[in-house]
Ligand binder design. Structure first.
Ligand code: G
Ligand code: G
Ligand code: MN
Length: 556
């Protein structure tokens, strides 16, 4: 436990605004810097509850989400969290404040709960004035204090450098810990981070130096001649801790984490930055809640990915994406009733590259918007050509990415396209996954109605795998449900798949929707679907996705 005398000498050297509150939140001590910051004298504050600053209009709102401070709530949270900041706790958000004259400034708060010699408990709060955008430097100088238990990333790098240069046979590990944010509530997050701080210290303080890079990033130098097994053991302790739900204020929370590790030995001859980069690469390949250790194989994977990205970007520049078409059939008439456009990238060197490899890359760069728009245009042109030759061309279903579906500009593009090519939307279907639809209900309704106005039909893709609520289904203007292939697989023997699919088919009929069963591969599956009175089927049993030459046989 930190002693008050140590604390006060630290505070004197820092020369920053601070106040000390007792257990009930009343100011018991503050320095002149604190008074200067807010513009009140110490006699105006001491003996009062800290929320007096709200009454005096000093606190504006929480910067991060513009939520207004609620005085009562804040007091309650103070009481709840009291005693939890056992070591210096840096609040992960900055606060917007006002001084007596109404000048606005920003602070970042560092808190510490401590006991004085007679056992009374207090909270120290250092209010560091920060630039709204650049608060790192000041905070780092604070973190670097040994009382805090962490050091800054910059100083950690110096330490690593020292190890590399000054030791004859340096052996150590650099550990890069990343939290994958799932907790949104800022207040809960604060308490959660306090737990992480103490956990990291508990596990690593004896073996290494812990650096705070941001509230989501911690870098650890695991010193001495470490054994791999020891490093892994410590990292696994952290992973284990995160694999359970954590309870804060009676709420169960689940946060995810990834760890990337690089081991150094003298054969590596790397600089600090190169070593850090290795941990970053390892992190990139680590799955959720696992550790990944940098090695040559990962490097090869990384290079492979860079190569693939180059191919994808070149294809983007040169407009090389094309659509294969997979027909689907009515079970009643056995006739083709539509076809799904499935994007392909045909590379001279690498053959056919599949959408699951390139679509995520395109989505990351928002290139997907242009690629899909171009694809729709080409499909329209192709159908128009075919319509001159064949009597009837079934509608084409196009998969829309999440970005496209939320892109209001896309509507304008579509309207123009249909006018320019004098093309009816009735020949198009859009496939949208149910998870995308559920992300923003109001926007989804709007987009779907606009598509409808153009005559385009809507199909819900991968139905059954997301979280859609039947209630919403009724409200959306939808035409087709595509039952995900995971429910079709072995449906002739899998009783639960039978139950699910038959329920979906019945429900769809009640709602006036058609169903398409995806991924039918076996005769037995097909027969079972007939028995369940399915409408439409798609799958390898009839046809794989085909190129524009191959598909024509279905129109003749
Ligand atoms: O056949 P296949 O491996 O092609 O498809 C893999 C996935 O890629 C499927 O989930 C499919 O919906 C998706 N996909 C195929 N073409 C497109 C497209 O043009 N746009 C989007 N967003 N997804 C597509
Ligand atoms: O997510 P979406 O439904 O758009 O993706 C359709 C995917 O299913 C494509 O990758 C397509 O190639 C694939 N597919 C189509 N028919 C079959 C099939 O019979 N079996 C399997 N395994 N996949 C199929
Ligand atoms: Mn689809």
């Amino acid at each position: 436990m930190i002693k008050k005398t140590d604390l006060l000498s630290l505070l004197n050297t820092l020369n920053l605004p601070y106040c000390i509150l007792n257990k009930t939140g009343v100011f018991v001590e503050l320095n002149s810097k604190y008074c200067e910051l807010y513009g009140y004298s110490s006699s105006e504050l001491i003996g009062n509850h800290f929320t007096i600053l709200f009454d005096m209009n000093c606190k504006e709102n929480i910067e991060a989400n513009n939520k207004h401070f609620d005085k009562e709530l804040i007091s309650k949270r103070f009481l709840n969290s009291f005693g939890k900041y056992k070591s210096f706790f840096l609040h992960p958000i900055s606060y917007k404040e006002k001084d007596k004259l109404g000048n606005i400034f920003y602070i970042q708060i560092l808190s510490l709960d401590f006991k004085d010699s007679n056992g009374e408990e207090y909270r120290l709060s250092i209010d560091c004035p920060v630039d709204k955008n650049d608060n790192v430097k000041l905070i780092e100088s604070l973190i670097d204090n040994e009382l805090f238990g962490f050091i800054s990333f910059e100083n950690l790098k110096k330490e690593v450098d020292n190890c590399i240069i000054s030791t004859y046979n340096p052996k150590f590990a650099l550990i890069n810990i990343r939290l994958i944010d799932t907790i949104i509530d800022e207040e809960i997050k604060k308490e959660f981070l306090a737990l992480i701080f103490s956990k990291l210290k508990e596990i690593f303080q004896n073996n290494g130096l812990i650096a705070y890079k941001s509230s989501k990033r911690y870098i650890i130098l695991f010193r001495e001649e470490v054994k791999r097994s020891k490093v892994e053991e410590c990292c696994n302790q952290i992973i284990d801790y995160f694999s359970n739900a954590i309870v804060i204020n009676n709420r169960f929370l689940k946060e995810n984490i990834k760890i990337g590790i690089s081991f150094y030995n003298k054969n590596k001859k790397l600089t600090v930055d190169e070593l850090y980069k290795e941990t970053e690469i390892a992190l990139k390949f680590a799955k959720l809640n696992t550790i990944e250790i940098y090695n040559k194989k990962i490097l090869a994977q990384q290079n492979q990915e860079i190569k693939l990205n180059t191919i994808i970007f070149n294809a983007y520049e040169n407009n090389e994406f094309t659509a294969y078409l997979q027909p689907y059939f009515s079970l009643k008439t056995n006739k083709i009733v539509g076809m799904e456009a499935l994007m392909r990238l045909i590379s001279k060197e690498h053959g056919i590259i599949n959408p699951c490899d390139f679509i995520p890359v395109l989505e990351k760069n928002s290139f997907i918007v242009k690629v899909e728009e171009e694809l729709i245009k080409r499909i329209i042109i192709r159908i128009k050509k075919w319509k001159l030759i064949y009597k009837e061309i079934p509608p084409v279903a196009i998969n829309l990415s999440a970005i496209q579906f939320k892109n209001i500009r896309f509507l304008e593009y579509l309207r123009n396209l249909l006018i320019t090519y004098d093309f009816s939307g009735k020949s198009l279907v859009f496939e949208i996954t149910e998870s995308i639809l559920m992300e923003d209900i109001e926007l989804s309704k709007y987009m779907l109605r606009e598509f409808r106005k153009m005559g385009i039909r809507i199909s819900i893709d991968d139905f059954g795998t997301g979280y859609s609520s039947l209630l919403y289904l009724k409200e959306f203007p939808i035409d087709i449900l595509k039952i995900d292939l995971s429910f079709i697989r072995d449906i002739h023997i899998n009783k639960s798949n039978q139950a699910i699919v038959s329920a979906i088919i019945l429900m769809a009929k009640k709602l006036g929707l058609k169903t398409i069963c995806e991924g039918v591969e076996k005769v037995e599956e097909l027969n079972e679907l007939k028995r369940l009175d399915a409408d439409i089927v798609q799958g390898y049993i009839f046809s794989k996705p085909l190129n524009k030459k191959e598909i024509k046989k279905y129109f003749e």
